[in-house]
Design a protein around this ligand. Structure first.
Ligand SMILES: Cc1cc2nc3c(=O)[nH]c(=O)nc-3n(C[C@H](O)[C@H](O)[C@H](O)COP(=O)(O)OP(=O)(O)OC[C@H]3O[C@@H](n4cnc5c(N)ncnc54)[C@H](O)[C@@H]3O)c2cc1C
Length: 391
């Protein structure tokens, strides 16, 4: 690991960190991209990547890499979704393509994240394995990161630190006041597994809303050849109150007659893992500090209804790179200068966060309301499209 001072250290090489690192390296900055894991690595996720996220990666120069990954069968194109209500009403809806014609994918993160991390390196960022312990703060300003790696601890200094280290971010935890962390009603917990033997609905991601899981849902996201990413998630305050076991809930889901009859060899699961989600619906969280910016899950930009966070991670990384570029050029990386990032994130994401949070709080607690809504959307495809695009 190099000891040299850097323009930028990006902590965390998931979609948010790798995107920010690629964008800033392409602008000519000396960027150190650090992750506690070697790549490729798994990340617990449903792996659903919407068309808008793919277009953002195209803009970063990844169109060929993505096409090659699709050709290798790593990313599985999806055209639409099936939503199943508590009483079994089914809504099929088509996804819109991106503005430039991109598709949506189920993209296992072991492949997807490595593509972006490789692209960051190809763009000029240096990658290293190391675990950030805390930001280095001098006179109230972040000036680097304390890192553990190769059995030693060292300080790496940089003009700007980008915290992209996910839900358990050491950067956010140390910089945000204790009273300003995510609370349980804006967090969720979810379990993901891969299933090897489920008769798939080709090109369709499936969402199941039923009494025991509301205000969360269970999903089956196909990856091709009768394999799928399967899982379920719940809001954390509910989960704690009900004291459920997510593993048992997944087994119960697999026993539902509609699912059980599709299991070709009894339901063979692998790589079962749980992880947390921080929603972007909590107000007034600080994302910018003197010398540091938070992006992706480290900031907390997951949609509170769908649980989707990859697109917002890329959006926030892209905005952070633009703001960082201006600030570095002006040699002013103060909070006052970079606060525009918080305003831009609000402009790009808040409406959908607010609507989704409202839907989650009003409809998702009541099975009969979910049934009503799904029935109405079935009868009125325009309503379904409006619903899908407003989230
Ligand atoms: C079960 C589950 C299902 C989900 N399903 C979907 C879905 O289908 N579609 C969707 O869009 N979103 C989904 N999400 C949300 C999505 O996974 C996240 O929003 C997304 O991964 C955020 O990307 P990120 O780069 O901000 O963080 P991450 O992907 O978490 O990347 C953070 C990186 O930081 C590294 N890191 C962490 N701490 C340190 C440290 N101290 N030092 C150095 N490195 C560190 C990690 O190793 C990791 O590589 C799901 C989440 C969960 C938990």
């Amino acid at each position: 690991m190099s000891m040299t001072d850097r323009d930028v250290i990006v902590v965390g090489a998931g979609p948010a960190g790798a995107t920010a690192a690629a964008a800033l390296a392409q602008k000519g900055y000396d960027v150190l991209l650090m992750d506690r894991h070697e790549f490729p690595r798994d990340k617990t996720c449903g792996d659903a990547v919407p068309a808008g996220a793919i277009e953002l990666l195209w803009r970063l120069g990844m169109q060929d890499k993505i096409a090659q990954s699709v050709a290798r069968g790593e990313l599985y194109p999806v055209e639409g979704m099936l939503l199943v209500s508590p009483r079994g009403h089914e809504l099929h809806a088509k996804f819109s393509h991106g503005v430039q014609g991109s598709d949506s994918y189920v993209a296992p993160r072991i492949y997807f994240d490595a593509l972006i991390q490789e692209h960051a390196v190809a763009s000029g960022a240096e990658f290293c394995v190391g675990q950030a312990k805390a930001p280095i703060v001098e006179n109230g300003k972040v000036v680097g990161v304390t890192v553990q790696g190769n059995g030693r601890t060292q300080n790496i200094r940089a003009r700007l630190v980008i915290g992209a280290d996910g839900v358990t971010s050491a950067i956010a935890r140390n910089l945000r006041p204790k009273t300003e962390q995510h609370n349980d009603s804006h967090r969720a917990v979810a379990l993901r597994a891969y299933i090897e033997d489920i008769e798939e609905l080709p090109g369709e991601v499936e969402f199941y809303l039923y009494k025991e899981i509301l205000p969360g849902y269970a999903w089956i996201f196909p990856t091709g050849n009768n394999r799928a990413n399967i899982g379920l998630g719940m809001r954390l305050d509910h989960f704690r109150k009900k004291k459920y076991s997510l593993e048992n809930m997944l087994q119960d889901f697999l026993k539902m007659p509609a699912i059980k009859k599709r299991l070709l060899r009894g339901g063979q699961l692998r790589d079962i893992a749980t992880w947390q989600l921080n929603f972007g619906s909590q107000k007034n969280l600080q994302h910018v500090f003197d010398g540091a910016i938070l992006v992706g899950d480290a900031a907390g930009f997951i949609n509170p209804l769908t649980g989707g966070g990859i697109h917002n991670s890329l959006v926030s990384a892209d905005l952070a790179a633009q703001v960082a570029d201006e600030a570095l050029k002006a040699n002013d990386i103060s909070r006052a200068r970079m606060q525009v990032y918080e305003r831009l994130c609000h402009e790009h994401m808040w409406e959908s966060m607010r609507n989704s949070f409202w839907m989650q709080r009003t409809f998702m607690h009541f099975p009969f309301l979910v049934d009503f809504l799904v029935r109405r959307m079935k009868e009125n495809s325009q309503l379904a499209q409006t619903f899908l695009t407003k989230l």
